[in-house]
Design a protein around this ligand. Structure first.
Ligand code: SAM
Length: 226
C-alpha cells in the first residue's frame, strides 16, 4: 500500500514538473510569436516602486498563457467592459485581455516593469482590440473609473493591507455607481477578504479542463444582480 502511495506521489510530482516545463515551453512560443518578453521572475525588493507598499508587494511571476486564455474565454461578460489588471508586471495579462476587451488598463507600482511593459505593448505583433494603457501607480492609490462596467483581474499581486485598500476603493466606486463589475482572483491566497465584500457574489466558472487536469487556482465574483 505504502509502495503504491509512494509511486502515486512520485508520478504526480513527475507530472507536475513535466506540466510546468510544458507551460514554460508554450509561454516561450507565445513570446517569440508576439515579439514580447514577459517571462522573467523578478523580486519586488530589487525594484524601485511608487508609494509606500513595497513590503506588501508580491514578486513578478507571469501568468501562464494557456491557463489565462482559458479563464478569459470562460468569463461570463459582454466584452464591452473596461479590463483592469492590478499588478500588471511586464504586461502579459494586459496583452491577452486586449485581444478581447475594447479598453485595458494595467496598474504597476514598479517603474522599471511599467517601462518594460510599455515596450512590450509597443513591440507586440498580433491582433488587438486596443492598446493597453499602463499606470505607474500603487494599486492602493489608483482611482477606479466609476463610469464604466469593469472586469478586474488580480494574479496574486499583493498582500492583505493593499488588497483591502483596493477592495475598499472598489466598494466606494460601486456605491457611487452600482453597475456590473466582475472580479477574477487567480492564486487566491487571501480570498477571505474578497468573500467578505458584501456586494460581490462568487460565481462558478465553466472551465475546459486540460489533459493534465491541473489548472490555475482562481475565484470569480460578480456584483450582485442589479
Ligand atoms: C504575480 S505578478 C503578476 C504580473 C501580471 N499581472 C501577470 O499576471 O503576468 C504581481 C505584480 O504585482 C506588482 N505589485 C505588487 N504590489 C503592487 C502594488 N501595491 N501596486 C501595483 N503593483 C503591485 C508586482 O510588481 C508584480 O509585477
Amino acid at each position: 500500500m505504502s509502495e503504491t502511495k509512494e509511486k502515486i506521489g512520485f508520478d504526480s510530482l513527475y507530472w507536475r514538473a513535466a506540466r510546468r516545463f510544458e507551460l514554460r515551453w508554450q509561454d516561450a512560443g507565445w513570446e517569440k510569436n508576439h515579439h514580447v518578453s514577459t517571462a522573467q521572475l523578478i523580486r519586488v525588493a530589487d525594484l524601485t516602486v511608487v508609494g509606500d507598499n513595497i513590503e506588501h508587494g508580491i514578486n513578478h511571476d507571469p501568468s501562464p498563457v494557456s491557463h489565462t486564455e482559458r479563464l478569459l474565454d470562460a468569463l461570463p461578460v459582454r466584452g464591452t467592459e473596461t479590463f483592469i489588471d492590478f499588478g500588471s508586471g511586464l504586461g502579459r495579462v494586459a496583452l491577452l485581455a486586449a485581444r478581447r476587451f475594447p479598453e485595458v488598463m494595467g496598474v504597476e507600482f514598479a517603474t522599471k516593469l511599467t517601462i518594460d511593459s510599455e515596450r512590450n505593448i509597443a513591440c507586440y505583433r498580433g491582433p488587438l482590440r486596443c492598446r493597453p494603457k499602463i499606470f505607474n501607480k500603487d494599486a492602493a492609490e489608483f482611482e477606479i473609473p466609476s463610469d464604466k462596467e469593469l472586469v478586474i483581474w488580480f494574479y496574486s499581486p499583493f498582500q492583505p493591507p493593499v488588497m483591502k485598500k483596493v477592495l475598499d476603493n472598489l466598494t466606494n466606486s460601486f456605491r457611487q455607481n452600482p453597475r456590473r463589475i466582475s472580479v477574477m482572483y487567480c492564486a487566491p491566497f487571501f480570498r477571505d477578504l474578497m468573500d467578505n465584500v458584501s456586494w460581490l457574489k462568487e460565481q462558478p466558472l465553466p472551465i475546459r479542463r486540460s489533459f493534465f487536469k491541473d489548472r490555475l487556482k482562481h475565484v470569480f465574483y460578480t456584483s450582485e444582480a442589479l
